[in-house]
Design a protein around this ligand. Structure first.
Ligand code: ADP
Ligand code: ASP
Ligand code: MG
Length: 818
């Protein structure tokens, strides 16, 4: 004998019921003897509860909702049963709805929807669905009977979650099933008291019905057919990377389901466990998939934990008071009071000082719990031995579960570390003494982020993801996207790393998509699905999404955007950027960003602020952290100026050299933005700060490169004319340099705390003498590199090299998160 249970979604449509028929037929062909258990059609139990509450509130529109449910049931009959065989089931269904409608009219008249009436109301869900499916099976040539579980399952009067009397129930079931050849289609979820009053076994209770039947009938297996591929490492609706757990012990399955894995109702495990009957969890929509086997054995596993589950909404009650220390019986009185009032406790955490006890309950019980406890501890409160009973809401519980935790060390460390790195605050924690589970209470807002991040670290063999938000899709941004596209396969296979571009914005449009924006077709997606760019809205959305491992990539040179950096860091989002604005403002702002990154455990990376792709900032960081001291920095930090001074010579007047650089796209639209020296000043300012000199922007001495007439020219054309007029000035500079056999170089330097930018003549011995094209060069004289400075030289501009380094910074965020 096998017991097969089909859940709400499996019976929710004609197409799904056809799947059930074929699963049943296959079993019959294999010679299996079957009992079937069915839930109400998906969503019907919730709707019936809503309807009952509406009727009790005197809201007559409940009738329309009821009509809609009725129509759904009739539609099933019409599409699954041939017309000539419909009349009987149509009549039975109609009569069921008449009874239900009478009942609700009563509710509406007396304006009361008690738990007892509620149980009777929802029982129609299972009774109607099961009767229809029995008729469908019959009309498909399968010999099947409808069986109302109320005649079998005897319970107490605890409406809403009745306790089963197993002695009576088992005897009823065994007697009923004796000598029955037709397949019994049994209503899930419902039972009956000794005096014939309908009860239910708790939400999700059809699983329990199946297990009760399976145990009473000594079934070879209990199959729970649902809408997912078995019990998974986490709820697949919340954690897209979750995967099926092929084997699991009853105890583990119990812990996971107790903490929210609703794929199986926790009490269902007990009857099966007692009789050692395996439970299989299978997918009605993927019937050939093996699913999950729940049994007594625990197989060896590749991971430290078996699964993660969560309860979305809980309230935490905290009782504090010095009077509780060492007083025996406080907790026993506490929990007795709760249990006498049917308030069930999900998790308990007590500080070892016994100064406070805190426990999690269903938020619906919170108000009641407060009243109950204030009454129970009235005397202690009056005597100020208990200071307060406080209730915190909008919290969730996450539990990590697994037999493997008993054998491994460091699991809680790993759990708390990943939560910390993602900025998730742990409000309370508890570890079961069986060491089968560690639970944490966190803010509800952080639930999805925490679940995904925890899943990522504990199931390491899976690919980890970085969630990237890119602002600026100009030259650097689009080159970066190209590089992400072409490296994706390598990163996934070799580094188990996935870069998900979740948000993208250019000056016109922005797009956020949690499924990821393709780095190949992003232009089309942005055009088709993007909305008008609004930086504040973009940033707000990133914060709301609250995804783990988030990285904000600023590929602009925008001034406005940097005002959002502090709040992004505070929201535990790392920042990677070539934008110099943030680091070259006031020193206080510079410091704040670094401190925020440290405080919130995220990264702020900006290697490309100076020298494009050259490893300058990281080299300084390496030297400083290993204890070296900087004595002097000299550098050519502008690719544009480098190019101009490399081509300017006796054969090419200065004006032509600038014109040539502009034509090649090396300068800003107004070349004075480069020639003013401001950009170079910003870079040396950043370097000064990096080596520990806290300069303000005004402190950089900039020796002007251009004569006043050029600087003041009202237009770019006029500027070029003035350059030509000033040709002598530049020719003289060149001639002076030639006298000492030197070359002109625009050099930034830092020494003794003073930073300056100026045009200088360097001789043949100087390392900057030989510099070609638009290269940058930087020389560090430190205590360790005193005699021969450390020199870094290479291309100091270009979209490819800059984007590559931005990309490298993004990837380095992932190693930090491991
Ligand atoms: P049924 O109606 O078949 O009884 P339920 O809705 O009660 O189905 O349970 C199945 C649902 O449980 C899945 O759709 C899934 O979203 C949810 N779920 C939560 N945690 C898990 C988990 N660890 N593994 C599988 N499913 C889970
Ligand atoms: N129909 C009931 C519910 O929704 C029982 C079940 O589906 O298991 O809770
Ligand atoms: Mg269920």
């Amino acid at each position: 004998m096998k017991v097969l249970k089909f859940g709400g979604t499996s019976v929710a449509s004609a197409e799904n019921i056809r799947n059930i028929v074929s699963i049943v037929e296959k079993n019959i062909k294999q010679g299996e003897h079957l009992a079937l258990v069915f839930s109400a059609m998906g969503g019907v139990t919730n709707k019936l509860l809503e309807i009952g509450r509406m009727a009790a509130a005197g809201n007559d529109s409940y009738k329309e909702l009821l009509d809609a449910i009725e129509a759904k049931h009739f539609a099933l009959i019409k599409s699954l049963i041939p017309v000539q065989s419909q009349s009987n089931i149509l009549a039975l269904t109609k009569s069921g709805f008449n009874d239900l409608s009478d009942l609700l009219r009563g509710v509406s008249l007396i304006r009361e929807f008690s738990k007892r009436t509620s149980d009777l109301t929802v029982s129609f869900g299972e009774r109607l669905s099961t009767r229809i499916i029995a008729a469908v099976l019959t009309s498909s040539g399968i010999s099947a009977d409808f069986c109302d579980a109320r005649t079998l399952i005897r319970t107490d009067h605890h409406f809403g979650m009745a306790n089963v009397d197993f002695n009576v129930t088992n005897a009823n079931i065994q007697e009923y099933f004796e000598n029955r050849n037709a397949i019994q289609c049994v209503t899930g979820f419902i039972g009956q008291t000794e005096d014939g009053i309908t009860t239910t076994l708790g939400r999700g209770g059809s699983d329990y019905t199946a297990s009760i039947l399976g145990a009473a009938l000594q079934a070879s297996v209990i199959e729970i057919w649902t809408d997912v591929d078995g019990m998974m490492t986490a709820d697949p609706r919340k954690v897209p990377n979750a995967f099926t757990i092929p084997d699991i012990s009853y105890a583990e399955a119990m812990e996971l389901s107790h903490f929210g894995a609703k794929v199986i109702y926790p009490p269902s495990l007990q009857p099966a466990f007692t009789r050692n009957i395996p439970i299989k969890i299978l997918n009605t929509f993927n019937p050939s998939f093996e699913g999950t086997l729940v049994s007594r054995s625990t197989p060896a596993r590749a991971f430290d934990i078996t699964g993660i589950s969560s309860i979305d909404d809980i309230a935490l009650v905290d009782i504090q008071g010095s009077g509780m220390i060492g007083v025996a019986g406080v907790s026993s009185r506490l929990f007795t009071a709760l249990s006498q009032n049917s308030i069930s406790v999900i998790l308990i955490s007590q500080a070892s000082s016994e100064h406070s006890i805190c426990f999690a309950i269903n938020p619906e019980d919170a108000q009641r719990a407060q009243v109950v406890l204030e009454r129970a501890f009235e005397k202690e409160i009056a005597a100020a031995q208990i200071d307060s009973i406080s209730i915190q809401k909008n919290l969730s519980i996450i539990a990590i579960v697994g037999e493997g935790m008993r054998r491994s060390t460091g699991i809680s460390g790993k759990l708390f570390s990943v939560l910390g790195k993602n900025g998730v605050n742990v409000v309370a924690t508890a570890q079961g003494s069986s060491e089968l589970n560690i639970s944490v209470v966190i803010s509800k807002n952080d639930l999805s982020k925490a679940l995904n991040a925890i899943h990522g670290v504990f199931f390491q063999s899976e690919t980890r993801s970085l969630n990237v938000f890119i602002v600026g899709a100009g030259l650097i941004g689009s080159t970066l996207l190209n590089q992400i596209a072409s490296q994706a396969a390598y990163l996934k296979e070799e580094r188990l790393l996935e870069i998900n571009v979740i948000g993208l914005s250019n000056t016109r449009k922005m797009l956020l998509d949690t499924n990821g924006i393709s780095p190949v077709t992003w232009r089309d997606s942005l055009e088709a699905n993007g909305v008008k760019t609004s930086l504040p809205a973009f940033v707000q959305r990133i914060q709301e999404l609250n995804l783990p491992n988030s990285v904000f990539v600023d590929c602009t040179s925008d001034k406005e955007i940097v005002q959002y950096y502090p709040m992004l860091l505070k929201s535990h989002i790392s920042i990677v950027t070539p934008n110099k604005v943030a680091n070259s403002g006031t020193y206080a702002d510079y410091k704040l960003l670094r401190e925020s990154a440290l405080k919130y455990g995220v990264k702020f990376l900006y290697e490309t602020n100076v020298g494009a792709g050259l490893p300058i900032i990281s080299t300084i960081d390496g030297l400083i952290t290993s204890g070296d001291k900087f004595l002097k920095i000299e550098a050519i930090l502008s690719g544009t100026l480098s190019y101009i001074f490399n081509s300017f010579g006796p054969d090419l007047p200065f004006a032509d050299a600038v014109r040539d650089a502009k034509a090649k796209g090396y300068t800003e639209p107004d070349p004075r933005d480069d020639l003013s020296g401001l950009d170079v000043a910003r870079k040396i300012l950043i370097l000064a700060r990096e080596v520990g000199v806290p300069l303000e922007p005004e402190a950089i001495k900039i020796a002007p490169l251009l004569p006043d007439n050029c600087l003041q020219a009202p237009s770019v054309d006029e500027f070029f004319r003035q350059l030509e007029i000033s040709d002598d000035y530049f020719a003289n500079l060149l001639a002076d340099a030639a006298k000492s056999d030197g070359r002109l170089r625009y050099i930034a330097s830092l020494e003794n705390g003073n930073a300056s930018v100026q045009l200088r003549v360097v001789d043949r011995q100087h390392p900057f003498y030989n510099l070609s094209g638009s290269d940058n060069i930087i020389s560090f004289t430190t205590e360790r590199y005193k005699d021969t400075p450390l020199v870094i030289k290479g291309p100091g501009a270009g979209a490819e090299v800059t984007a590559t380094r931005v990309f490298a910074d993004i990837i380095s965020v992932s190693s930090f998160l491991e």
